[in-house]
Structure formats: C-alpha cells, structure tokens
Ligand binder design. Structure first.
Ligand code: NAI
Ligand code: MG
Length: 491
C-alpha cells in the first residue's frame, strides 16, 4: 500500500520553461493556468512557450548532438545515467504521482504503484540497450577486380521532438525519452497543457542522474502554438506524438512535407472479445479495468466489449456490478477507485457522447451522470449497443463501455476489425488454438490474451490504421531512434 499522504514539500518550478538545464519565462511572457480537476482550483501558472522559445530549445538540443558533450558520451555511460534516472524516479514516486494527481486527476496510488515504476522500468530497460545498438556485417561479393567488405552502423537520429498527452504523462515521456537518450539523441518535449509539472520534475531527475544540460528541454505551452512550432521546426529529426487522431493527422502531413521521421500513437476503440469458453471469473476484472481504469482515459481502453451471445448477459451484469462498486472521488484517497476527468472540455465531451448514445437508442444500464459536487467526476457507464452506434465507433476517452453481442467467431473478428482504429485488442478464451487463430486475424498492433494491461518496454507498442504509425519500445523503439548507415570498403 502506498502512503495516503502525498509528499507535497516539492517546490513547484516557476517559471516553467526548461531550456539548457535552466528554468525561464517565455519570451512573450505568455502563461496559462494549471487547474486541479478534482477541485477546479488553480494548481500553478505555467509559462507558455512560443516559436522563439521552441527555437531556442531546439538549438540547445542540436548543439548537444552536433558535436556537443552528449555526442561524446559513450553508450555505457549513457546506460549508467539512465539506470541512475530509473532509481531516482522510483525514489521520487510520491512527488511525481502527486503532481499527476493534482494536475490531471489520476489516482495517486495508481501512479505510485503503476505509472511511476513502469516509467522507471522503461529507463532501466533502455539503459541496457545503450551500449548494444550495433549494426551488421557482410562479406560482399567481389565487384569487378575489387574485394569488398561491408557493415552497417547505427547512429543517433539527432533531436527528438516529443509531443505528449496528459493521460500518462511520466510514463509516456519515459517511453519516448528512454530509447532516444539510450540511442544518443537529445530531445525537446512539449508536455500536454494539462500535465506539464510531472514532466518538468522528470527532467530535473534526469539532470540529477547526470544528463548534460540541454540534452533534454521541456517547453510547456499550447498545442497549436508550442506543439505546432515544434512539429514544424526544421531542426528536429523526428517527431514522436501521442494524442488525438485529429492532431496526429496534421503532424503527419507536416512531417511528410519535410521528410521528417514520425511516430504517431493516436488511441483507439479497442475490442475485448469474450468467447463462450472464457473463464469469466478471471476475465471480468480485466474487462472492467479495460473500461474504467483512469476513468477510461487510456489509449488502450477496451471500450467495445464483444461478448458471445451465450455469455453476453453475464458479462453485462459483471460490468454493471463493477460500475456499482466504483468509489469515485478524491484522487489522493486510498479508497478511491476512480479519480477525476482531466478537464472541463473532456467532461463535456464524455457527457455529450452519453447523450448521443441515449439519443441513438443504445440501452443505458449503469451510470451516465456527472457527480453533483465540485470537480469533474463522471460515473462509470455501461451501454448495450451495436457496433454501429456512434459511442461504439468513436474514441470517447471516458468511462463508457459498449457491450455488443456476437454469434460466431467469424462475426466476432469481423466486428472487432470494423473500426477505423487498430491499436490493440483483448481476447478472452480457454482455447489456446482459438486464441492464436483469432489473434492472427485481428488488425491491431497488440493483442492481450486473457487480460488487459500496460505495454512492456521490452516489446513494441503502436497501432495500425487511424491508431497511428510506427512502433515505440522494444528493439523497434530503440532502432527507430537511430539512422542506419551502410559502409562498403574496397580491400
Ligand atoms: P490533443 O491531440 O489535442 O493533445 C495531445 C498533445 O498534442 C498535447 O500536448 C497538445 O498540446 C498537442 N497539440 C494540440 N494541438 C496541436 C497542434 N496543432 N500541433 C502540435 N501539437 C498539438 O488531445 P486532447 O485535446 O488532449 O484530447 C482529445 C482527444 O484525443 C481525447 O479525447 C482522446 O480521444 C485523444 N487522446 C488520445 C491519447 C492517446 O493516448 N492516444 C492521449 C490524449 C488524448
Ligand atoms: Mg489540470
């Protein structure tokens, strides 16, 4: 069990642009307010970067990889720094989690026990890669009179521009930064408006771990200003974005025009396929968690529950029961099982979707209301729908489950794939052959069989179709932060 009282002795940074290892104000003096969504009170004032600030941050990062101190640090030493960072993140879990809770309403104990150790694990994993990013060798056939030998080297890609979402700020920052820093890249990070403070704290910890000033720069600010300036900056070698489909599409077309590398993780509408032979006692908590964890504000949320007609009533009952048992409230209370919705806009959007569901004739079976108290709290909500209801098609990013019935395995697969998204899917069955064959047919980046959870840093993570392009994490993740160069040597 984590400590119920957060460590708030931490002095919030002010001002909050972090460039070249120093905090400073925005050139134009712009700021915005960070609001605690559980109280609607102000947490702090955040400096809002403009194009000139982003430009300075990119220059600082560029200097480090273009012959600066960082470009001369060995892989082994980068690994040591990242390992130290992992230890510092773990030791600082209470502060990081408290910042996430006050800024965006995530349960404090979920961050302490989940996001923060997982972020540390990502740094530890990629620390191990830092001196193992190697190329290949080949004995080439003679070319005319000349014998030839060839090999490849992997070099750091350069400067990573990372645009972060607010839902798992420390964890997703770690997923982008750990492989990039291990590979020898530098970075400019634009945290989400609703979650800048924990990212700044993370940057302080990385500095304490030994990262030279300027390798990691943090430019909080508004998406259309700071985010757009970063995405368009010619000094960036790669943009890694996690967020909405709409913004991701814009970043993709910008990157296309400039031949910039890009990874996009754009969320989804993941199916949870529950077959008639599923062990429901085992499956039900995962199915519920896939819908209600972090108030449903998870890219991997499994909000389309596709259940075989013989178990659909049981699954629906299970979800209703899980909704009834939820304790919604103060993110710092150990008894809370659901915290706040990130902000007013997301709250309105979720409530609008619930209204659309009702209006289209989906059957509301549990929840559906905002709590009548200060702060943004929405009841866990369960609908019976078809796959064609708007609420079963669009990413709501709130605690709203759609239960859909199917008759055959083919129909289940067809429904699962009938979506513009393709991030992940869950398959619940006791039949190993079915698990493997259904998994093969799902058009997604990741399948969880008999469970729901969090990506592991040792394996790739990313989506297909409207869920994005590219892979983060695992070998693909670190290789994606390098350029491969091929060398032919005439002997
Ligand atoms: P968003 O896509 O607007 O924000 C994500 C990040 O992009 C933030 O840092 C934001 O400042 C930045 N951004 C916004 N406009 C930009 C622009 N023109 N150029 C560059 N960067 C820009 O997402 P938002 O508004 O926070 O949430 C809206 C919806 O997005 C959610 O309801 C959810 O469906 C989806 N989403 C998906 C996430 C995922 O994990 N894949 C995470 C967060 C949101
Ligand atoms: Mg906030």
């Amino acid at each position: 069990m984590s400590e119920p009282t957060p460590d708030l002795r931490y002095q919030l940074p002010d001002p909050t642009l972090r460039i070249g290892g120093k905090y400073r104000r925005a050139h134009e003096g712009a700021t915005y307010e960070s609001i605690n969504p559980a109280t609607e009170q102000r947490v702090s004032v955040i400096a809002a970067a403009g194009p000139a600030d982003v430009d300075e941050a990119v220059s600082a990062a560029r200097r480090q990889v273009d012959g600066g101190a960082w470009s001369r640090v060995s892989g082994a030493e980068r690994g040591r720094i990242l390992t130290r960072a992992a230890d510092l993140i773990e030791a600082d879990a209470q502060t990081l989690a408290a910042l996430e809770a006050v800024e965006m309403g995530k349960l404090f104990h979920d961050s302490v026990e989940g996001d923060i150790p997982a972020a540390a694990a990502a740094f530890r994993h990629f620390a191990g890669w830092a001196d193992k990013v190697t190329g290949t060798t080949a004995l080439l056939p003679d070319f005319g009179p000349q014998r030839r030998f060839g090999y490849t080297i992997r070099q750091p890609l350069g400067v990573l521009g990372a645009i972060l979402p607010w839902n798992n700020p420390v964890l997703i920052a770690a997923w982008k930064l750990a492989p990039a820093l291990a590979a020898g890249c530098s970075a400019v990070v634009k945290p989400a408006e609703d979650a800048a403070l924990s990212t700044l704290r993370l940057a302080e910890l990385l500095a304490e771990a030994g990262l030279p000033d300027g390798v990691l720069n943090v430019v909080p600010g508004l998406g259309p200003v700071a985010g757009a300036a970063l995405a368009a900056h010619p000094g960036i070698d790669k943009i890694s974005f996690t967020g909405s489909y709409r913004v991701g599409r814009g970043i993709q077309s910008l990157a296309g025009d400039s031949f910039r590398k890009v990874t996009l993780e754009l969320g989804g509408k993941a199916p949870q396929l529950v077959f008639d032979d599923a062990d429901l006692e085992l499956a039900m908590p995962w199915i519920a968690m896939g819908n209600f964890y972090h108030q449903g504000q998870v890219c991997a949320a499994g909000t389309r529950v596709l259940a075989h007609e013989s178990v659909v009533d049981q699954v629906t009952e299970g979800l209703i029961e899980a909704a009834r048992q939820a304790t919604i409230g103060d993110p710092f209370l150990p008894m809370s099982t659901m915290g706040a919705i990130v902000n007013a806009r997301q709250t309105e959007q979720i409530l609008r979707y619930i209204e659309i569901g009702r209006g289209e004739g989906a059957t509301l079976l549990a929840g559906g209301r905002r709590l009548d108290r200060p702060g943004y709290f929405i009841e866990p909500t369960v609908f019976r729908t078809t796959n064609d209801h708007t609420i079963a098609k669009e990413e709501i990013f709130g605690p709203v489950a759609s239960v859909i019935s199917f008759k055959t395995t083919d129909e289940a697969v067809q429904l699962a794939n009938a979506t513009k998204y393709g991030l992940n899917a869950m398959v619940y069955t006791s039949d190993l052959s079915r698990a493997v064959s259904v998994t093969e047919r799902l058009r997604v980046g990741t399948v969880w069989v008999n469970g729901w959870g969090v990506p592991d840093p040792s394996l790739p993570w990313g989506g297909r179709a409207a869920s994005g392009i590219g892979r983060e994490l695992g070998r693909s993740g670190i290789e994606g932060d390098t350029e491969e160069k091929t060398v032919h040597i005439g002997l």
